[in-house]
Design a protein around this ligand. Sequence first.
Ligand code: NI
Length: 264
Amino acid sequence: MQGIVRGLRWIQHPQLFAVFVVLCLLVAAWGHFVQARPLEQATPAPQIKGIATIRTPMPQVDCAARACVALTFDDGPDSTVTPAILDILARHQVTATFFVVGREIAGREHVLRRIHQQGSEIGNHSWNHPDFTALSPAGMQNEWQRTQAAIVAAGVPAPRLFRPPYGAVNAMVRSQVPLAIARWDVDTEDWMTHDPTKIADHMVRDVRPGSIILLHDKYAATTEALDWAISVLKQQYQLVTVSQLLAIQEGDQGQYFHRGGDPW
Ligand code: NI
């Protein structure tokens, strides 16, 4: 007994007691960490790590009152063509959807902010524009998440839409990209013809209620086709964003929207 009391005498020294308490806390914390590990493993990691989002509701439109169509511009942002297109959209007081490629964003963040400020929508069109059906799941995750992060870092809302490069989609792509997948039914072939007359002709001749029109904010010819084609389309249709056209809500995931009779 004497021995035990003598052994505990160090407790009377405040410094030694403080060290003892700190050691107890460290042991307790370590025990908690070890116990918590299996729990962490059991909980799946969040889908989008470290990507903050700005939630901005898009004004609803009534496409039953007047038919809607959506203009979409892929492969930008471009330093000259995208602003020129935005000028035309602003003049006509219409909006569109821009599916941007992540690697094109650096140095053009202000273009993304202008798209958003004008009420147009920004969609995700991958980082490097690969065919997703040829990628591994990890490759797909890297492509869409990197672009999502770059768009958000530019100060605009996180896209709710994904347009797969070349429109290439299969079940694996759909399972890996948790955004609404948006394709098109009117291909203006602007990337092929570079002919403003042919591009405008496709826009007004192939269109029908609910159409999604594929264009690219890459070519001067596309810009030249727009003014006249929008004037004609406006006589019959509301020109809206893809999310407005399809009533896509924030968080709609893995859905597949198309208007072209595709087997998917
Ligand atoms: Ni593309």
